[in-house]
Design a protein around this ligand. Structure first.
Ligand code: CFM
Length: 587
């Protein structure tokens, strides 16, 4: 938007939403078209997960429930949420997967949580992949001995400060007690060793793994080092994992303002930073879904308040900086923040205006994880694009409807599976960062602590909301809405692109990024501009739209003219090829 404080005049409606060039179809009818193919039982369930948005009423959505078997979901498992998402990015502890080789192999360096350890702490174990490589023998006779040996071996080779052990499905099924193995290893080796019962099946998605990870990090690391950093205005950035370097952009922006980051959980973070993060002055939460547990537990035990922020989008970044400034209430800090926003916007605005001239009126649909489907709507809005449909893969009702619904969320058997740890105020270290009077004054100025309003309230009325979207629903959505871009993940990227619609991976960023803060926003605008405005999408005819070719029919594919031509070319090249040594000898 051209001005941060007043609603933009052109191309936006009175509520500030971008006006799409083509009005989107009726969302109630689109919803019915998506649901009608399902058998009655499936349909009954999916009906609760597909909704027409009403930002005022915020209709109740079916979320965090089991995926219907047979539906292709984009979700991951509990192990992925624990080992891969929340703890995996800590770069100087060893992450050891107790399980068959596949669990470890497929979670190896797949998430772009980058790390650049400080020169005085140069250890980075993130490129390593450690596993006990369970075989049939351990499945039958138990794997505890192999785990104990693996911990010893890992310690002997790497001498880490801490080792985290992750349980996979078979470990839970056969009943290996990883926690007592870890306790014994801790005594024997004299370093911190702890386990996570994050078996893949523990919950309905990776979300359960986030919760298990939060509990473990809180129990085994937070609070071990009582040494506050000397800088003033200290904060922890929670729920920021440095995908594509986002945390570095946020750090740099905060530094310009004079705000010090004690720890980013858990993007580019060291063991030591986690151990002392309880000494910070404020927790700011980026991804509410994955880390709200930690924010609450740290407040209860140590008295650190938390606020929700969002550094995705120019307007949102400015808003978040101002909110942090207001919390500290220091006038020079507030002034510096305004200066920084003005400087950053002066650089960003020309890029934004240029890109907006080509993207204004286009539309997006976003189906990502547990927070980005909300946050990224702001980046699209910055360049005049309306998000016509959105949904999370595994978020809970509060991420859609806002935290006010928390007391009404039913606790089902799946959620009960996850431990809720008892947390009390630390007798010595509990220290409320603000006096009751200061808190009251902030609240009187409509400053909200511990609050998240969710996605629905920031989406336009009558847009479509879909939880845990299926490939069938994506196909229907493309047919009916014809969005100009879809933000999603690797599991559906190529399905979407075969329809001739560009798909921006909003998990890994397609090797791009960073997209956070003002500098990241410029990257995002440019990339979306390139993706939407390239002509390549019009040249695609998906295979299912081509007439059936009897020559390529099942069983004949290998003898199709194309395949035959490829074989002949390769055979010709092979014949003409001479190994270099031989060629030299001959020549
Ligand atoms: Fe939070 Fe994430 Fe997300 Fe998430 Fe994730 Fe991720 Fe995500 Mo992929 S922690 S909920 S479990 S913001 S890995 S960095 S992109 S699904 S929207």
């Amino acid at each position: 938007m051209s001005d941060l404080s007043s609603p933009p005049p052109e191309g936006y409606d009175r509520e500030g939403f971008p006006l799409p060039a083509t009005p989107p179809p009726d969302s109630a009818a689109a919803r019915m078209a998506m649901l009608e193919v399902y058998p009655p039982k499936t349909r009954k369930k999916r009906e609760k997960q597909l909704l027409t948005n009403d930002p005022e009423k915020r209709p109740e959505i079916g979320a965090n429930t089991r995926t219907v078997p047979g539906i292709i979901t984009q979700r991951g498992c509990t192990y992925a949420g624990c080992r891969g998402v929340v703890i995996g990015p800590i770069h100087d502890i060893l992450h050891l997967t107790h399980g068959p080789i596949g669990c470890s192999y497929y979670s190896w360096a797949t998430r772009r949580n980058l790390a650049r350890p400080r020169p005085d702490q140069p250890i980075n174990f993130l490129q390593y992949n450690m596993t006990t490589d369970m075989m049939e023998e351990e499945i039958i006779f138990g794997g505890e001995k192999k785990l104990a040996a693996a911990i010893r071996e890992a310690y002997r080779i790497f001498k880490p400060k801490a080792i985290a052990v992750y349980a996979t499905c078979p470990v839970g099924l056969i009943g290996d007690d990883i926690h007592s193995v870890c306790r014994r290893a801790k005594e024997e080796l004299g370093i911190n060793v702890f386990g996570f019962s994050c078996e893949g099946y523990k919950g309905v998605s990776q979300s359960a793994g986030h919760h298990i990870a939060n509990n473990g990090v809180f129990k085994h690391m937070v609070g071990l080092l009582d040494e506050p950093d000397p800088e003033p205005f200290r904060i922890n950035v929670l729920g920021e994992y440095n995908i594509g370097g986002d945390a570095w952009e946020i750090d740099a922006l905060l530094k310009k303002c004079g705000i010090h980051v004690t720890a980013t959980l858990s993007g580019d973070i060291s063991y030591e930073q986690i151990c002392k993060c309880h000494t910070s002055d404020l927790n700011v939460v980026m991804c509410h879904r994955s880390i709200n547990y930690m924010a609450d537990m740290m407040e209860t035990k140590f008295g650190i308040p938390w606020i929700k922020v969002n550094f995705i989008g120019a307007e949102q970044s400015a808003k978040s900086l101002r909110k942090i400034g207001r919390y500290f209430g220091d006038q020079p800090l507030l002034d510096r923040i305004e200066e920084v926003i003005a400087q950053e916007m002066a650089v960003l605005r020309p890029v934004q205006e240029d890109v907006k001239s080509r993207l204004q009126g286009k539309t997006a649909a976003l189906f990502v994880g547990g927070s980005r489907a909300h946050h990224y709507q702001h980046l699209f809005k910055d360049v005049g694009m309306l998000t016509v449909a959105a949904g999370y893969e595994f978020a809970h009702r509060d991420d859609y409807e806002g935290r006010t619904v928390l007391p009404t969320i039913k606790v089902d058997a799946d959620s009960r599976n996850i431990e809720e740890i008892e947390v009390a105020a630390d007798p010595k270290r509990f220290n409320p960062r603000k006096t009751p009077e200061q808190v009251a004054a902030l609240k009187a100025g409509r400053f909200s602590f511990k609050d998240y309003d969710g996605m629905m309230v920031e989406m336009k009325k009558s847009t479509l909301i879909i939880d845990d979207i299926s490939h069938h629903e994506i196909a229907k959505l493309i047919e009916l809405y014809k969005p100009d871009i879809i933000g999603s993940g690797i599991k559906d990227k190529f399905v979407i692109e075969k329809f001739g619609v560009p798909c921006k991976q909003l998990h890994s960023y397609d090797y791009g990024g960073p997209y956070a803060a003002f500098t990241g926003a410029a990257n995002f605008y440019r990339e979306i501009d390139r993706m939407i405005n390239t002509k390549v999408w019009k040249l695609i005819t998906p295979s299912w739209k081509k007439p059936a070719d009897p020559d390529t029919a099942v069983g004949k594919g290998i003898d199709s003219p194309t395949n035959r031509a490829i074989r002949e070319t390769v055979a010709g090249l092979a014949k003409a090829w001479k190994p270099r040594a031989k060629a030299n000898a001959e020549g």
